[in-house]
Design a protein around this ligand. Sequence first.
Ligand code: LCS
Length: 404
Amino acid sequence: MREALILEELVKNIRNMKFDTQAVHAGTEEDVHGAVVTPIYQTSTFKFKSVQHGASLFSGEEEGFIYTRMRNPTVEAMENAVAVLEGGARALGCGSGMAAVHTAFSALLKSGDHVVCSESVYGPTSTLLKTVMHGFGVETTFVDTSDTEAVRKAMKNNTKVVFVETPCNPTLIISDLAAIAEIAHAQGASLVVDNTFMGPVMQRPFELGTDVIVHSLTKSLNGHADVVGGIVVVKDEQTYPHFRKTLNQIGGVIDPFNSFLVHRGLKTLSLRVKHAAESAMRVAEHLEQHSKIAWVRYPGLPSHPQYELGKKQMSGPGSMIAFELKGGLEAGKTMMNSVHLCQLAVSLGGVESLIQHPASMTHASMGREHREQAHITDGLVRLSVGIEDVEEIIADLDHALQLC
Ligand code: LCS
């Protein structure tokens, strides 16, 4: 009886439950009809009871829904679920991962500010900093953030944001988040981490001093390659209203239907990413000893340059593998053109295995000079391991490699 009471209290406070329970239940509120999942509130606007009611909703005197760009029950359910899973205070659903990155920059930066950013990041993130943000008077220094001293040296008096992808896209280099958080905070800057590659199951950036997490929901959090979305998660409740106002003004919000799909995807997040990581480990080991492969970069392999840091900072190696064939770019192209089960497509973190060529695809916009600085070689092939049968994934890769 006593145990049942304790459990009832715990369920009311989902933040005290374990991750797998949170993944299934977080964000879902009591529904008037007793629905077990949050329904899709496919409405752009909400009716006021009176002029007075509308006015007090707008002034904030009363709580409620006004207009879907500002707040929507289905969107909010998904946002609350992600906030709980990341261990942050609040989250803001965005129309894409890039909208989330842009929202975070817009909330934290103004003209005259400086950003320190990982040199190996998703191509459009670097381009956003070099073009749009640069156009608004924000300067960026790109550094190898796996070199903590390089981060310290890149800091300036006007540095307001340190932006880190770890492991980064596509080189899988790992940066020491706790050390970088200390450097950023000593300067009064915020540490923003793109946690898309690992997600909250295997990496907990807030526990390492991060202030803001961004995600492409398009990837593992949704996990089924049928949604484009993004999210910003803030660690502190006090910073939330400013972020919400910024997103409301920029307008890059996610819609109710996509939020519903992401919320559904979250329920199996743990099962999917653990299974994919187990398979990725097998695939990486197999590739590393394959006679046609020059090198493999995977956080689970002892050959990874930050293997020990990865083991300390992450609770699993993830599902992303980078490698290069001995025959370089030409052999890589033959391989990517010859797979059947793994699909030649960008994106990652889904149930299906995807293979792609960063230099001509995801990181083409970065330009050759930046790619060379970030060690994104022309021959680098990126594989996102899905949850298909691992023997069949390996057989598919082996067959394609035979033709190279
Ligand atoms: N951050 C990271 C680490 C990403 O990998 C991506 C997309 C984004 C942000 C942007 O998210 P989106 O706007 O596409 O939802 N990464 C992709 C990739 O590597 N292949 O295709 C998209």
